[in-house]
Ligand binder design. Sequence first.
Ligand code: GAP
Length: 644
Amino acid sequence: MDSNTDAQRMEKIVSLCKRRGFIFQSSEIYGGLNGVWDYGPLGVELKRNLKNYWWRVMVHERDDVVGMDGSILTQPAVLRASGHMEGFADPMVDCLLTGKRFRADQLEPQQGWVLNFIGAVDFDSFNSLVKEQNFPERSAIWSRVDLAPLLRQIFTNSSWHVDEKRRIGYCHLHDQFVERKEALRALIAERIFSASSLQPFSAMDIVGDRNSVTLSDARQVNPAIIVAQEFYRKRGIRNPVVMLTNLQWTEHSTRYNPENGSLLTRPREFNLMFKTRTGPVEEFDQSAMAVSAVGATGPAAPIAPVTASAAESFAQTAGTSVIAEDTSPAATTEDASVAYLRPETAQSIFVQFKNILEVSRKKLPFGIAQIGKAFRNEINPRNFTFRSREFEQMELEYFCRPQRGMELLEYWKEERLKFYENIGISRDNLHVRNVLDEERAFYSKGTYDIEYDFPFGRQELEGVAYRTNYDLKQHQDQSKKSLEYFDEESKERIIPHVVEPSAGVDRTVLALICEAYAEDEAPDEKGNMETRTLLRFHPRMAPIKCAVFPLLKNKEPLVAKAKEIVNLLRPHMFVFYDEAGAIGRRYRRQDEIGTPFCVTVDFETLGEKNPALRETVTLRDRDSMQQERVAIRELVNILTSRLH
Ligand code: GAP
C-alpha cells in the first residue's frame, strides 16, 4: 500500500472512531486538549476486553503472577531513585518563526540551500537610500561625510530587490560580511533606519529548486527570504528588507523546521513528567503562582516556581536557618506538597515489591502485574492515540535469579507475540526489533521492541526488557529499606533481577482497530453491490459480541421473542438489541463496529411457515456474511464457543 493510501486509510479509521463512538478528542466542545483522548461507548468495551484478556492471560491463568493497583500520584523520592527526575527527558527544539515545538531526535535530516541573514531594516528607510544614492549631493544622509563610507559598504557590490507595492525586499551582501555588518551596526546607531534588527537568522529553502536559488526574480522570491521577512516582521519591523549574506548547500541537517524552513533553537532537555501538588497549597499566594506553572500540558515556558533559594533568601533576611527554622509557607509547602503523575506503572511495583513478596509468599521466579494510567508530557503527541499525554500501560515485572534473566527475556518475548496473535493481530504485521546496545538503557542487558505495521509506519507496541536488578537496587539504596529476597536454594540474600514486558493499552487498541479495518463488497437491499466498511475484530475483542434483531419492529411476537433472546444471552456476553430500519442496514451498522454475530428472529422462529423451524433463528457471521439456522436453545453454546 503506498503512503497516500495509508494516509487515507488512517483518516477513514479516525473518522470511523469518532462517528461510531470509539474515540473522541478530550474536551472537544471547548476546542480539545492536545494529546488527550476520551473513549466512547464502543471504545471503552474494546479497551476493557483487551485489559481483561491481558489480565486473564498474565495473572489468572498463571501460578507465578499476582496483581496490584498502585497510585498515580507519586512521591518525588521514588522518581529520583528510578532516574526519572534526572533522565526522563526528550531533546526539544522550537521553530524561531512559529514557536512550534519538535522533538529534536524525531526530525528527519534535510538537505537544501540555507540562506543566512545578519538582520533587517525597514523598507521606507532602505528604499529612500536606494533612490538617493544616485544623487548624493541632494540627500541629507548620503551627503554626510561620516555616513557615506558606511553606506557604500552596504550598497557597493550588493544586489537588492525591493517590492514597492508590498513595501518589502531583500538586500544580498555578497562578501565582506563582518565589515558590512559593522557598517550596518554603525548606521543603525546613527538612527538612519526607523526600524531595524541585527538578530542573525537563517532559513532553508525547503520548496525551491534544489540546485539553484533564484534571488533576483521579482516574481519568484526565494521562499527562505519570505520566511526571513516573516521572522523580522514578528520582531517589530512591519515592512522588512532582509540583509542576506551567504548561501550554503547543506545536507543531513536537523537545524531547520521541516514545515517552513525556519531555523530551530538548539536542543534543550525537556522533562516529560507532570508535576502537581497535594494538599491545600493554593491558600498561599506564592504557591498559587507556582500551581499555575504546573499541571500545564505541553512543554510550556516555565514560570518561576517558589524555589529553595527564594526561601533561603527570605530566611537569611529574617536571620533564621532555612533547614531548621524557616516556617514560611513557601518553604514548608513546596517540598512536602510536590508530587508527580507517574510516567510508568512499573515504579509502584518495585516500591511495593517487599510488601507483595511477604503477602503472596511467592518464590522466584514470580511476577507482579499492573494495568493503569501513566502520564507523559509528550512534546509532539501524534498519530491519533499512538503518542498521547495520558495513556494506560499493562506491565509485568517478572522477578528472577540473575542466571535466568536472558532466558526469560526470550520466553516473555515469545509469550507476548502469542498474546498479540490471540487477540487477532496477524503475525505478518508484528515485528521484533532487537534494541541495539547504544539505544538501550545502560542497566538493561537486552531489550526487544515488539512493533506493529500501523498505517503511519512501523511503530512500537510493547517493550520487553531485561532490566537487571537496577530498579530494586536503586530503591533499596535510596530508601534504605531492604528489598532483598532470601534464596532458599543458595541460602543467599539477593536483589532479584527483572524482565519487564510493558505494553500500551491505547496503542494496542489502535493496532486492533487498524488491523480490523476493512472494506469489501456486499449486496444492498436491491441486490446491487456496494462497498461495505467493517471491523474484523477477533470475537474476543469485539465490543459487542452479538446483535439481536426482530425481522419487523411492528410485529409484537417477533419483538417479544427477540427480547427473550437478548435476556438469554446477556449473562454470557455483551448483546445489543436493534429493531430500527431494514434488516440489511442493521447488519451494515453492526459490521461497521465489528460485531461478529447477528441473530434475527423471523416468522420461521414463530413456526408460522414450517413448524419444524419453530424456536430457531438465523445466525449471521460478520466476515463471511453466511447465515445458518440454529435452535435458540443451542445459541449460548454456539456463541460462547466461538467467542473464546
Ligand atoms: N516501564 C517501561 C516503560 O514504560 P516505555 O517503552 O516507555 O517503557 C512502554 O513504555 C509502553 O507504553 C510502550 O511500548 C507503549 O505501548 C506505551 N507508551 C509509552 N508512551 C506512550 C505514549 N506517549 N502514548 C501512548 N502509549 C505510550
